[in-house]
Each structure stands twice: as C-alpha cells, then as structure tokens.
Ligand binder design. Structure first.
Ligand code: ADP
Length: 829
C-alpha cells in the first residue's frame, strides 16, 4: 500500500515531459497531424521547454536536499509548456483526452505540493480519476475514441469505456478502503488498456500520443509491480542518480543541440535545393518559350513563306507548316488560319481537323495583337488535347493577314523530366486564370493549380520566393516558387517536410535510442558497482559494530578484495582491529598479572609480618610477666626479628625499584670499586644470615683486585639477588658456585646452582617483571618475580649483559653477568 500512497504525480510528469520534449526536439517533423497545426513552427522551442522543465524537476526529485526553488523552477517551466501544449493541441482542436489529461496532471502536480499532502503522492488517485474520465467519455461518445483503439468497431470501444470505468472505480475503492490487492487488479487492467491505446497510436505513427500513453501504462506497471518506495539513501542510490543524470541528460542535451543544428542545416540545404530546382525549371521553360517565339517570328516573316502564302498555294504552304511541326521538334502541332478564322492549313498531327476557329481566344488576341508573337492560355483543342499555342500574324500585304499557330502539347510538357520533377512535386500554371499547364504528381492540366489553394492569395505574386504551407491532410509543406520571365507562367515546387526530413528524423531517433541504451547500461553498471561497494561498506560497518568482540577464526574481520580504496579501507580496518585485539590482550594480561601480583604481594608482605607479630607479642608478654630471656635466646630472637624486617625491607625495596624502573627514574651512582671484595662481602653476609647453608656457597675470585667504575650498592643488590635465588630454588644441601673472572674489557660473574632448573619455554621471559616460572610457583610459593627484572636493569644500565642457561627442570641453572670496566653512562662522561 505504501507505494500507492507515496508515488508522486511529479515523477509521472517528469517522465512525460522528458518523453514529449525529446520527441519534439529530436523528431519535430513527426508532429505532422492536423492536431499540431498550431504548434508546428514552435515545436522545437516547446520541446526544449518541456525538456528543461522536466529535467529540472527530475533533478529536484533526485536531490531532495537541494533548495526548494529548483523544484519550483522546474514545475513552473513544465506547467508553462504543458499549458501551451494543452491550449494549442487540445482546446483549439476539441481533443477530449488531452483536454482532460493535462489539466488533471497539472492540478495533481500542484496539489501534491500543498501542505495537506506533505509526504504523500497522488499518482494512484490521478490514475483512477483519468480512468474514470476516459471511461465516461468513451461510453457516452464512442465515436471520439474510435481512433484511440485498436478495436475496429464502435461497440467494442464502448466495452473499453466500461472496462475503464470499472477498473477506475475499482482502483478508487481499493485506495479508499486501503486494499492493495484490489488496487493491483485494477492497475493490471488499466495497464493493458493504456497499452492498447499506445499500440493504436503507434500504428498511426503518432509519436506524441505514444509518449503520453507509454508513460501512463508505465505508471500503472510501476504501481503494480513495486512493493515499496525505493529509499533514497546509500551508496547505490547515490550512484544510481549520479549515473542517471550524468549519462542520460547530457546525451539528450547534446543530442538535442546537434540534431537541432543538423535539422537547421538540412532545412537550409533543402530550401537551397528547392530554389535551384525552381530556377532550373524556369530556365528551361523560359528557353522553350523564347525559342518558340523566335522560331515563329522568323517563319512568319520569312519572305519565301509570305510569298507562298500570298500565292494561295495550299500544298506548298502545308509543306512549310509541316516543317514547323516535324523538324524543330519544339512544337507538337502547327496550323494556319485566315483572317476569318477558317483553316487554311490544318495540323497533320492533330488529324488535319479543319473548321472556323474565330471564336478561340488565341485567334481574337492574335488579330488584335499587332505583329507580336503571342502566348495563349491553355485550352483543349478540337481534338480534345490540352494545348498552349503561340500565334504569329503573317502580313500578306494589301491589308490581308494570316495567323500562323504553333502549339505545345501540355501532355508532353507534363511528362518532360527535369531536375525539379525528379525530386519534387512541380506545378506550372498560368497566372491569368490559375489553370495548370504542368503537374508532375497526377498529370493534372487545365484545372486550378493546387498551390493557389494552399497559400494565401497574393503569396505567389512575387517574382520568386519560399513559403510554408499545409496540405488538406495537414501535412507540412515547403513551397518554392518563381515566375517564368517573358511568360505569364509561374512554377511552384513543393516538398513534404516529413519525408524530406526522414534522414534527420532517423538520426534523431537513433540519438534517443543511443541515449537510452547508454543510460540503461550506465544504470545497470552503477547498480553493479554500487552493490559491490555497498556490500563491502556494509561489511565494514558490521566490522566496526563488532569491534571489541573476539575476532573470528583467522583474525580477519573484513574481507579485503581488490586494490581499490574500499579494500584499502578494509585492510586498514583489519590492521586497526588487530592492533586493538593485541592491545586488549595485553591489557587483559597486564590486569591478570597485576591481580596476581597484588595477591602475591599481600601474601609476601604478610609472611614476614606474622612471625614478627608473634615474636613481638611473646616479648611483650615476657616483659609484662617479668621473665627474662637468657642472652643466647634473646640474641636469636632479635636476629630472627631482624631477618623478617630485612625481608620486608627488601620486598618493599624491590617494589619501589620496579616502580622506578617502569617510570624511568632508576639511576646509578658510579664510583671506582673492587668487585672481588664486594663478592666476598655478599657471600659472607648471606652465609651468616643463613647458618643452615653455611659453607655451601663457594666463591672463586682472582687474587688481584677487580677494579671498575660501578654503582656498588646496585651491584651488591644484583649479586645478593642472584645468590639468594640460587639458594632458594635449590634443595638444601646442594652447593652454589659463585665465580668472578676477568675478561678482556670487563668482568664476568657466574652464579651456578644444581637446583630446580628452568623450563625451556620460560628462559626468554625470566627477566620480565612479575614473571615466575611454572616450577617455581608450584614448589616455592614465595616471590614476586621482580628480582631478575631489577637485575637485568642494573646490568644493562652498566652497559653489561645478563643471561641464563639451564638444561631444564631439575638440571640446575647458571646466571652469567658481563660488565664492562666502566659503566656506560660514566664512560661517556
Ligand atoms: P622471585 O624469585 O621472587 O620469583 P625473581 O625475579 O628473582 O623473582 O625470579 C624470577 C623467576 O626466575 C623465579 O620465580 C624463578 O622461576 C626463576 N629463577 C630465578 N632464579 C632461579 C634459579 N636459580 N633456579 C631456578 N629458577 C630460578
């Protein structure tokens, strides 16, 4: 139902304007029916107005966001064109269909724009009203509609009217009751009825009528077949309208200009040719008349001829006259009359008819006309043949005269082929009475020249000229005319414009077909490209929506096909999504590590606090009860307390160090020192702190001092960490070896144990903060995974290098530190 309520008459009007305008501009000579008599001369400008108006309307429809003035300009031009067309073709011609159709269309077009119908379309309502009006007119006065139907007999036209009425009412009811099924049925019937009218007009070659009914039929089919209004959004729509405008309109516009120019050029050429034909025709006639005159004058004044006439020897005179008929070939007949009109010598070719011809007009003129050679009006000879004659008086002296008559057969004249008669319809008439001497169409003679009926009186009075006229059937004619000098004759050459312009019409039609085919191809291609691009953009849109959710198998979120911008966008999107995935993963890991660290840190901090608290409670209770510990136990208690506090201090120190390390505030204070001495101190301190491991930590150092510029406190921390780890991750009783050796340019420290070892996969990550190997967490819960990270930082800050080797779990491990003699920062200083 949506399409029925929203389809606009404006689309219909734009399509109608384009079709009619295109026809008028491209094939103007096809507007040949009498119906178009009043617009013949304005067909092309009117067509241009239709084209510009409807194209502007179309642009406004396709780009609804453009200023409203564009649409109004288009509608104004269109309404102007329709009004003129309506007035000249329907009102002045009493045409019923157009008389109803166009006002309805304009009314609906303007009504749609009022606020009452905002957002609604009246195309369906308009179709129903048109159908009802047509139906009514057809049933009431079928005769008017006979020409609009392929059905040959009147009762069937009535039937058509009934069908129109029925389907129009059905459509109206369907629209009223909002029943799409009923509407569709009515539209299907209406589509067929309009198609019938379209074919009927097509069979009559009426281009304008075909335009109107094809658009009406199309409107029915569109309303019938389309389920909903296409929504004017998205890449496909933009491509569609862009292509529609960029392909069809420029081709039509350019085609219109070219075909108008071609038509003009051809028209000019046609005029030129017609004038040439007239000139050739008049030249030929003038020559004929001049020759006839001089021949006759020469004969009539010939001394021998006059002597023969005077002698009264008719036989001898006949021989002379026969010469005129035979030899020159110019005249079809010649005879001699005496001054009473009696035949002295009859024409051999006219069956030797004799008699008194004093009543003939040519004889009377010749008698009165002095000694001039005169040309008669066309007449029928006594033998019933159409002739025109030249007369010359023959002066016999002593006041007697004879009349020498030589005639031209109009039949022969009519058949004579000339340049003009080959391409045009030629008329030759006598201006004195308008009677025909030559007519190349049906060979009419003596009747009134048809050209005189076509043109306004006096139009042919000029010596020569061009004019336009319409024949009784309303066909447009071009008329070229000229007077034949020295005679009362006028030559008229006419050409039917529709036939003369058939090549231009064909060319125009081809341009339209090409524009339509190009437009169709462009639209199909645009849809094809649009579907592809829209599909890929939709995939991208879905990809964006799915950002943050886990990626599918393979990690590629959007398929990136081809090498265009969209696929680059897709690859860019995939990379971005992968980066986001990575960051998310890292964040998740970091959060997990942080959580783990927090639980471990709190556990680690509590571990020394519990015994610390218990010992302090014991000491308080003892001091309250006044019991004194023996010095030995007190020393042991205090040293235990001290160890726990040391452990706490170290833990907090490690955490602070890692925090400094991560924020870049980890600095060294280097000074000359002896690494051998430091190693001794560390090993001793650890030994004394862990009496149970006394003697298990062996130390190898060169006897000479190992001097270098290092940060003593940090190297102490480094060695302590490594030795403590070696002890912690080894079963009791297993030895730990510390070896300090001199190397070229620096020193090397190895701390080797035979403890739990390190799994192969953990070796690379051992020095990252918070990392702990699996076997360490399983067996030795204590630890935050910070020590080695701090160790690596200390070593690298000194410009050195730390690495670890282990053959695997249970195989022990060996940490090797290489230090240059001077810390890098210091060396640089
Ligand atoms: P912590 O010892 O507090 O866990 P460290 O940074 O000192 O933190 O050590 C990181 C990890 O390296 C330990 O958890 C352990 O898995 C491993 N590790 C360090 N030293 C040894 C060693 N001597 N033998 C086996 N594993 C060790």
């Amino acid at each position: 139902m949506e399409i029925l309520e929203r389809a606009r008459v404006e689309w219909f009007a734009a399509a109608f304007g384009l079709v009619v305008g295109t026809t008028m501009v491209f094939v103007p000579y096809e507007f040949g029916a009498a119906l178009f008599q009043h617009i013949y001369t304005h067909v092309r400008p009117l067509g241009s107005l239709f084209l510009v108006g409807s194209a502007t309307m179309l642009v406004a429809l396709l780009y609804p966001s453009w200023p409203g003035v564009v649409g109004w300009a288009g509608r104004a031009l269109f309404v102007g064109a329709v009004s003129f067309y309506w007035w000249s073709t329907t009102v002045l011609n009493n045409s019923m269909t157009g008389g109803i159709l166009y006002p309805l269309m304009v009314a609906a077009l303007l009504l749609e724009r009022t606020s009452r119908f905002q957002g609604r379309g009246l195309l369906a309502v308009f179709t129903a009203v048109v159908a009802l009006c047509f139906g009514m007119l057809m049933t009431l006065s079928p005769q008017v509609y006979l020409r609009f139907s392929l059905l040959p007999v009147a009762p069937l036209v009535r039937l058509m009217g009934v069908l129109f009425l029925a389907s129009g009412s059905l459509l109206a009811v369907g629209l009223w009751r909002k029943q799409p099924g009923v509407c569709r049925l009515a539209l299907a019937v209406l589509g067929l009825l309009f198609l019938n009218m379209l074919l009927a007009l097509g069979a009559r070659g009426s281009w304008a009528g075909m335009g109107v009914y094809s658009v009406l039929a199309l409107a029915c089919w569109v309303l019938l077949l389309m389920r909903q209004m296409p929504s004017p959004v998205g890449v496909r729509w933009r491509l569609f309208r862009g292509m529609a405008l960029a392909s069809v309109l420029p081709i039509l516009g350019l085609g219109a200009v070219t075909s108008t120019l071609a038509q003009r050029a051809l028209e000019a050429e046609l005029r030129e040719k017609a004038l040439q034909a007239v000139a050739a025709e008049t030249a030929w006639l003038e020559q004929t008349a001049t020759m006839a005159r001089s021949l006759l004058r020469a004969q009539s004044r010939d001394v021998a001829f006059v002597a023969t006439a005077r002698s009264g020897d008719r036989e001898a005179l006949r021989e002379r006259v026969d010469l005129l008929e035979n030899d020159s070939g110019l005249f079809d007949a010649a005879w001699v009359l005496d001054d009473t009109g009696e035949t002295l010598v009859p024409s051999t070719r006219l069956d030797r008819r004799t008699g008194n011809f004093s009543a003939r007009e040519y004889f009377q003129h010749a008698l009165k006309g002095g000694d001039e050679v005169l040309l008669s009006r066309p007449f029928l000879t006594s033998a019933g043949l159409p002739f025109v004659v030249f007369t010359a008086p023959v002066d016999l002296g002593t006041g007697r005269r004879l009349i020498l008559v030589a005639g031209l057969s109009l039949r022969r004249l009519g058949l004579h082929p000339t340049l003009a008669s080959r391409s045009y319809h030629v008329e030759l008439f006598d201006r004195r009475d308008g009677s025909l001497l030559r007519e190349t169409d049906r060979g009419d003679v003596l009747s009134r020249a048809p050209a005189l009926e076509l043109l306004a009186p006096g139009a042919l009075s000029a010596a020569e000229g061009m004019a336009e006229a319409f024949d009784p059937k309303g066909r447009r004619l071009m008329v070229a005319h000229a007077q034949v000098a020295g005679t009362p004759w006028t030559v008229v050459v006419t050409a039917r414009l529709r036939e003369a312009f058939a090549p231009v019409t064909r060319m125009g039609a081809w341009v339209v077909v090409i524009a339509l085919v190009a437009g169709a191809i462009a639209l199909v291609l645009s849809q094809w490209v649009g579907r592809d691009v829209a599909g890929r953009l939709e995939a991208l849109r879905d990809g964006f929506a799915a950002l943050g959710t886990p990626a599918l198998e393979g990690g590629q979120r959007v398929q990136a096909r081809g090498d265009d911008e969209v696929s680059q966008l897709a690859s860019g999107f995939n990379e971005m999504a992968a980066r986001i995935d990575r960051t998310q993963k890292e964040l998740r890991e970091a959060i997990a590590i942080r959580d783990q660290f927090l639980s471990m840190a709190s556990h680690e901090l509590r571990t020394p606090l519990t015994p610390l608290k218990a010992t302090l409670d014991l000491l308080i209770r003892q001091s309250e009860s006044g019991q004194e510990l023996n010095p030995e136990r007190r020393r042991a208690t205090f040293s235990r307390l001290n160890r726990q506090v040391d452990r706490l201090t170290r833990l907090i120190g490690d955490m602070l160090d890692v925090s400094r390390l991560q924020s870049g505030r980890f600095t060294l204070t280097v000074a000359p020192m002896d690494l051998g001495t430091l190693a001794h101190e560390v090993v001793e301190r650890i030994g004394s702190a862990r009496p149970e491991r006394q003697g298990l930590v062996s130390l190898e150092v060169p006897s000479s001092p190992l001097m270098g510029r290092w940060d003593e406190q940090r190297l102490d921390q480094l060695l302590t960490n490594l030795v403590e780890n070696a002890l912690r991750y080894s079963p009791p009783e297993t030895p730990v070896r510390v070896r300090v050796v001199e190397e070229p340019g620096g020193v090397r420290v190895d701390v080797e144990d035979r403890g739990i070892g390190i799994p192969q996969e953990s070796l690379s990550q051992l020095f990252t903060p918070f990392y702990r190997a699996r076997n360490a967490t399983e067996h030795y819960a204590g630890g935050l995974g910070l020590g080695l990270a701090i160790c690596r930082e200390i070593v690298e800050r000194h410009g050195g290098h730390i690495q670890v080797r282990s053959a695997g779990p249970g195989q022990g491990s060996c940490f090797t530190v290489r230090l240059p003699r001077a810390a890098v920062a210091d060396a640089a200083a």
